[in-house]
Ligand binder design. Structure first.
Ligand code: PDD
Length: 287
């Protein structure tokens, strides 16, 4: 069955869904995006993703293309037309179409909106979580506004390719001070030797992951000690557990970093418990 995409007010089979060659997202990466996990046809963590979308847009002075309510209807309708229950919903909003010029169009143009949906095999992702994944490290080389979820993802794409060529699932960026910032498409966490759950604070140049934020709540509710404090790759290797979070990975255990085992090299109980608790909560609050 061909997939259906939403492009600027129309639904079309993906193969025929096209954007203008002078879309500023295409030419200048002048666009933002969001990704929602889809559980049983419903959008996970809706508030967090809408809030971040609005913030990303406002930081770039791109207007919201439509109200939250209207956007929710568009997202749901795209999901419905694709008949997907378990998957990912992708939304991209660019500044719009204008003759190529680095500065914003003198006469404002309407933002361009694209929505696509892809299927996720939950059984396969559960098996992957149960086995754990490995990551590689790579020097942080991104711009200073990683808090804005823009489509300018070239360093992330190159880092992910480096991971893939090393047989790893993710790359962790490491800053000039030797601390892990985040993954190419996920946030990074450890359970340190004292059993404290640690992830980088959002004063650092990282994306404020929606899954990260929900998981901080989940972890506190579960009675875990949590600290938003940086860690090095060596600390991660010496930790009891490590894992990554994101709309695509949810909570995914990391068992090796640059070929070195994390802790005993096995998937840990804390990550798996948090994965279960996060999924339960995401399902209960999805819309
Ligand atoms: N990526 N950090 C980066 C650089 C990311 O690209 C992502 C998400 C995250 C996790 O954020 P969240 O929990 O809100 O998904 C952290 C999405 C899934 C992607 O690019 O496909």
């Amino acid at each position: 069955m061909s997939r259906i995409a939403y492009v600027n007010g129309r639904f079309a089979p993906k193969m025929q869904a096209v954007v203008h060659i002078e879309d500023r997202g295409y030419q200048l990466a002048d666009a933002v995006y969001e990704v929602w996990a889809l559980f049983d046809g419903k959008l996970a963590d809706p508030e967090g993703h809408f809030a971040r979308l609005e913030r990303s847009l406002s930081e770039l002075r791109i207007p919201m293309p439509m109200s939250r309510a209207a956007l929710t209807t568009v997202l749901r309708e795209t999901v419905r037309r694709n008949r997907i229950r378990e998957g990912l919903v992708y939304l991209q909003v660019s500044r719009g179409v204008a003759r190529r010029d680095h500065a914003f169009p003198a006469t404002p143009v309407p933002p361009a909106v694209v929505v696509t949906v892809s299927r996720v095999d939950r059984a396969a992702t559960e098996a992957r979580a149960a086995a754990g994944v490995s990551v590689v490290t790579t020097p942080e080389n991104r711009w200073g506004r990683c808090d804005i979820k823009t489509v300018g993802l070239l360093p992330n794409a190159l880092a992910k390719q480096k991971a893939r060529e090393a047989g790893a699932a993710e790359a962790w960026f490491v800053d000039d001070l030797g601390f892990v910032t985040e993954g190419a498409s996920s946030n990074a966490w450890i359970v340190d030797g004292d059993g404290v759950l640690r992830t980088r604070d959002t004063n650092a140049n990282i994306l404020r992951g929606v899954t990260r934020l929900s998981l901080l709540d989940v972890a506190r509710e579960a009675g875990l000690k949590v600290e938003e404090r940086p860690f090095t790759p060596d600390e991660a290797v010496a930790a009891k557990e490590a894992f990554i979070t994101g709309a695509g990975t949810l909570v995914l255990p990391v068992v090796a970093i640059d070929g070195r085992n994390v802790g005993d090299g096995k998937v840990g109980p804390v990550a798996m418990r948090l994965r279960r608790l996060y999924i339960e909560r995401a399902k209960a609050t999805a819309i």
